[in-house]
Design a protein around this ligand. Structure first.
Ligand code: PMT
Length: 414
């Protein structure tokens, strides 16, 4: 995984308890380290029966804490201050996996090992991810303890339904690393610059039906729009993701509104921008659609030289419709468009910025092999309504999105 700004220099305390899912926490520790966090691991005695401390220190490059009573961490905090020092310095305490036993201890304030003592001493937000047999998870004692912790402000990542190591099936499985990281991002970002703001983002290429089988579309994968959604979530926004793309994982916390055609996207955008702080239109919207949609599959005739011709008609220009609605309602407060150009990049982008009444436009040259459609990187020029123009170097779509969102924050503040 590439570094993520949200995690840069963040100190994450990872508590690991005695569940077979402890081995999956190694991947979590590794990925958190890769994205830029400083990960300190505390293991209970039971956790060390499943995984060795050196496994964690190998992936985090940092000491692992296992005891209140002896210093075996190789350069970590001295034992007499570890129980308060670890919690004090942390931005987030994640206990994953957490067993029914540790849940019970935390709910009743017991403090008989380094992990439970640290949980009492820590002032940072706490996330717990239970992993256990389905019967243990559903037991009224566990549920009541979880309820107590949630009421106290702890974030609970619900386990998933699936097959356990025992062969039984139920609710209690440890979520995968990316899901856990999605929850961690939500908590770390919740006080961010867009906290409480509603941001509407469109993504993907619209599909215009020809008949029940065929459609016209374009090469948009949705990657840029989804990266924008994640970047907005990382700074605390409430994100509505209006998507014509289908096969991408939806960033955790985004409200997905699936659409197909330009007309559907137009209707949904006009509905959701009411009361929204910003609209970012990264979707590649079809400008033309078949004038008639055939009710039945169009059949080919036996004459090999014969082919039907397709009459096209215009689709609505969504940004022009938003411009008109915004003139009456005042919403959304900020409108950002994208321009996908194969020639005259800046002139065409400037024309769209003015004509569509945008506050900002992100222009990308779709003829470059490492920018525009479907690839993971983009090279953009950002133009604003005040005449400013800035070229960004080639960067991942995630990094480009962070830049765009930073400018949306500035526009909303001004
Ligand atoms: O999805 P990816 O594979 O990651 O690719 C990203 C991208 C290349 C699709 C993205 O970076 C991008 O450029 N999106 C805009 C594509 C586009 O439709 O550009 P356009 O120049 O045709 O349209 C200009 C703006 O008007 C866009 O914000 C577009 O959403 C909007 N538009 C276009 C047509 C239409 N009928 N209604 C609109 O609102």
């Amino acid at each position: 995984m590439e570094p993520i700004t949200l995690f840069k220099d963040k100190r994450i305390l990872l508590g690991v308890t005695g569940s077979i899912a402890a081995y999956k926490a190694v991947d979590l520790a590794s990925k958190l380290t890769q994205v830029g966090a400083l990960v300190d691991v505390i293991m209970t005695d039971a956790a060390q029966r499943f995984v060795l401390p050196i496994t964690f220190s190998s992936v985090t490059g940092r000491p692992v804490y296992t005891s209140m009573w002896h210093s075996d961490t190789g350069g970590g905090l001295p034992t007499h201050i570890a129980h308060v020092g670890l919690g004090e310095g942390a931005d987030l305490f994640v206990i994953a996996p957490i067993t029914a036993n540790t849940i019970a201890k935390l709910a009743s304030g017991l403090a008989d090992d380094l992990l439970s003592v640290t949980a009492l001493a820590a002032h940072c937000p706490t996330i717990i991810a239970p992993a256990m047999d389905g019967g243990m998870y559903q037991h009224p004692a566990t549920q009541s303890n979880l309820h107590t912790l949630v009421k106290r402000g702890v974030t609970l990542i619900e386990p998933e339904v699936g097959r356990f190591a025992s062969g039984m099936v139920g609710k209690g499985r440890f979520p995968d690393t990316l899901t856990l990281i999605g929850h961690i991002r939500r908590v770390l970002g919740r006080e961010g610059a867009l906290a409480g703001r509603k941001i509407v983002i469109t993504a993907g290429g619209t599909r215009e039906a020809i008949d029940p089988v065929r459609y016209i579309t374009n090469h948009s994968s949705g990657k840029q729009g989804y990266a924008l959604a994640q970047a907005a979530l990382d700074v605390g926004a409430d994100v509505i993701l209006i998507s014509a793309a289908r096969n991408l994982p939806v960033p955790l916390g985004a409200a997905l509104v699936p659409v197909n055609s330009a007309q559907q996207m137009c209707d949904v955008v006009l509905k959701y921008v009411d009361g929204a702080d910003a609209l970012i239109k990264a979707a590649a919207v079809a400008d033309f659609r078949p004038a008639q949609i055939a009710d039945q599959k169009i059949k080919k005739s036996h004459d090999a030289s014969e082919a039907p011709s397709l009459a096209l008609t215009r689709t609505p220009d969504i940004l022009l419709a938003v411009k008109q609605q915004r003139a009456e309602s005042g919403w959304p407060r900020v409108v950002v468009g994208f321009a996908a150009e194969s020639q005259n990049l800046l002139d065409n982008a400037q024309d769209k910025l003015t004509r569509k009444g945008l506050d900002m436009i992100v222009a990308n040259d779709i003829t470059a092999p490492d920018a525009g459609f479907a690839v993971d990187t983009n090279r953009v020029v950002i133009l604003d309504a005040q005449g400013a123009q800035e070229s960004l170097d080639l960067a991942s779509k995630a990094a480009v999105s962070e830049q765009v969102i930073a400018r949306v924050v500035t526009l909303l503040e001004s």
